[in-house]
Design a protein around this ligand. Structure first.
Ligand SMILES: C[S@@+](CC[C@H](N)C(=O)[O-])C[C@H]1O[C@@H](n2cnc3c(N)ncnc32)[C@H](O)[C@@H]1O
Length: 226
């Protein structure tokens, strides 16, 4: 029985409409399929795996806007970083951030090492994502990224959005994962749900971007930098 959080993810949902949409949307490379299956099989916290329909949306945006540089906030086993790497051009770059590389080392890297054409585009940063994003801003990288995926500690979502909007160029796209949090944002009670709700409200009120909150996966807030 899927947990409520996993319910809307296509790989765990029993909903035939979600299954139908997934069947007519998701196009994974063999590398992505292998990493998804290994994560679901090996990782106790496999619930954290990015929903493939959300990763598909991100890949489509990367292709559409001709992105070259992507931020991936929350690596886990590397599934979202790999998705962006498959969609980026050969000279593309993914900067991915995590405080814990255990799932990456145990499950992600044994598979990623088999696909050097994708792995070579990914830089794995170990440490607080917020500090690393601040370092990029201090290094003069503001306005130089094309795409960002926010999928790490939920309490920090409002700050991750702020850093991402600064680091993206005009026309860049931000996807915020778990923006509905199994419906908890409607009446947020936990610090995580409250922070996601705050982030959703900030994005909706933000003149620096056009945006839409989609009921895709566990909720996907999409912001297009003006
Ligand atoms: C939901 S998982 C990421 C899933 C991944 N994006 C994917 O598509 O499979 C969230 C990750 O954020 C990491 N994380 C938690 N707090 C963090 C922080 N302060 N800085 C960076 N990463 C953090 C966790 O260790 C975890 O691996």
């Amino acid at each position: 029985m899927a947990t409520p959080e996993a319910y809307k993810k296509s790989y765990s949902s029993k909903d035939p409409i979600i299954a139908y949409c997934a069947q007519h949307s998701i196009k994974q490379t063999p590398a992505e399929k292998e990493l998804q299956e290994a994560t679901l099989a090996n990782e106790k916290m496999c619930i954290m795996l990015g929903a493939p329909e959300v990763l598909q949306l991100g890949k489509n945006f990367i292709e559409l806007i001709g992105a070259k540089r992507a931020l991936d906030i929350g690596t886990f086993t590397g599934a979202s970083a790999l998705a962006w790497a498959t969609a980026l051009p050969d000279d593309g770059e993914v900067q991915t951030f995590d405080v814990d590389h255990t799932p990456l080392n145990n499950t992600g890297l044994p598979i990623l090492n088999k696909y050097p054409e994708f792995k070579k585009k990914i830089t794995f940063n170990l440490g607080s994502a917020l500090s690393k994003l601040d370092e990029l801003i201090a290094l003069g990288e503001s306005g130089k990224f094309d795409f960002a995926f926010i999928d790490a500690d939920k309490e920090v979502y409002p700050e991750y959005y702020e850093k991402s909007i600064r680091l993206l160029r005009k026309g860049g796209v931000i996807l915020v994962d778990n923006s509905i949090r199994s419906g908890q944002v409607v009446n947020p009670q936990t610090p995580q749900a409250k922070a996601i709700d705050e982030c959703n409200k900030n994005i909706f009120a933000d003149d620096r971007s056009a945006s839409i909150l989609l009921t895709l996966g566990d909720g996907t807030h999409v912001a297009f930098k003006r």
